[in-house]
Design a protein around this ligand. Sequence first.
Ligand SMILES: C[S@@+](CC[C@H](N)C(=O)[O-])C[C@H]1O[C@@H](n2cnc3c(N)ncnc32)[C@H](O)[C@@H]1O
Ligand code: SF4
Length: 379
Amino acid sequence: MPPRLLLPFVIMIHALPVLSDDDLPQAARRRRAPVSEVPQDFGLSYDPARSHARVLSDGFGRFHTYLRISLIEHCNLRCRYCMPEEGLDWTPDEHLLTNAEIVRLARLFVAEGVTKIRLTGGEPLLRPGVEAIAEAIGALPGLQTLAITTNGLLLPKKLDRIRAAGVNLLNVSLDTLRPDRFEEITRRQGFDLVVKAIDMAVARGYDPVKVNAVVMAGFNDDELPDFVAWTRDRPVEVRFIEFMPFDGNRWDDGRLVSYEQMLERIRAHFPLERLQDGPNDTSKTYRVPGHRGRIGFITSMTTPFCEGCNRLRITADGHLKVCLFGSAEVSLRDAMRGGATDDELREIISAAVGRKRARHAGMYNLAEMKNRPMITIGG
Ligand SMILES: C[S@@+](CC[C@H](N)C(=O)[O-])C[C@H]1O[C@@H](n2cnc3c(N)ncnc32)[C@H](O)[C@@H]1O
Ligand code: SF4
């Protein structure tokens, strides 16, 4: 790719023309997985004709409409399942995407068909200028959902601005309803602030506020019924997440509480009604009859949902990851800083999406494989 002078980046939103298939770069037209490569139980709606139709389609007919952008690696908590105990070599600031680069990529992905963007981290609300980034992305024509996943500590301060910026979906992470345990799991204080953040989000009309709880045996699995009782009067959706292996988090299956085990334990206390999930939902959702809120299960380990995966990720240092559990990455930052045009970026993105595997390697293999620590991916 020829080096070019970079124009100074300013946060500006341009409406990009909608592309027809004829406008697509070569790489977007080239890919097509032979039907023989598509797993038997995979994507009932698999359509080989569609698998090469667009930049964000992969070889298995999955069209990616959901982009997760990590804004920062740093965090004000140190959750044991996320942050390696020995700490991290943080990426120097100049190697992280600038605000303008983030917005440029968001604009490009939305123009290609992304309808949902989630800002994550590290702790995204620590990123200087997060409000301006949210405003710029929130104004992109075609974007339907702008979400943030946050640990909630800074939410009481920032909620009104990010809401005004167009953030219409909030996930707040909270793994325990017991203040002393909060400190044990996160290695920091802040329980009251997180609960306050959830209450504020409810009061501002977020319905439901999603509450992410990573369930770990011997840490917080005895609180499953307490969390379910907590949904009685609150418009929250508590999402119980199976503990996943990432570099430095000492995963072992003795700590994993499976979807089936969680269901069984909850059913011993509450009747559960299964709700209908959307085609790309990662969560299996239930409700206790009469409860205002609901619960969900993210079952990436024991019941993966790769066939419906519509997610792509950009790390804070500008790498595109096509699978949360894969180590394959391509640096969009380096491409942009080398002067890549939007067309050239589309080529690079299209080729990376085209290489996406059918499914992840399974939890025992993943535990052995190299990947980033979760805090530098963003969930
Ligand atoms: C990496 S955090 C980043 C956003 C923000 N700091 C927060 O905690 O909400 C995103 C989500 O990933 C989840 N997570 C982190 N490590 C995990 C692991 N090993 N297994 C499952 N979920 C994990 C967190 O609980 C959180 O809900
Ligand atoms: S889960 Fe979120 S809050 Fe906890 S250490 Fe990771 S990035 Fe920070």
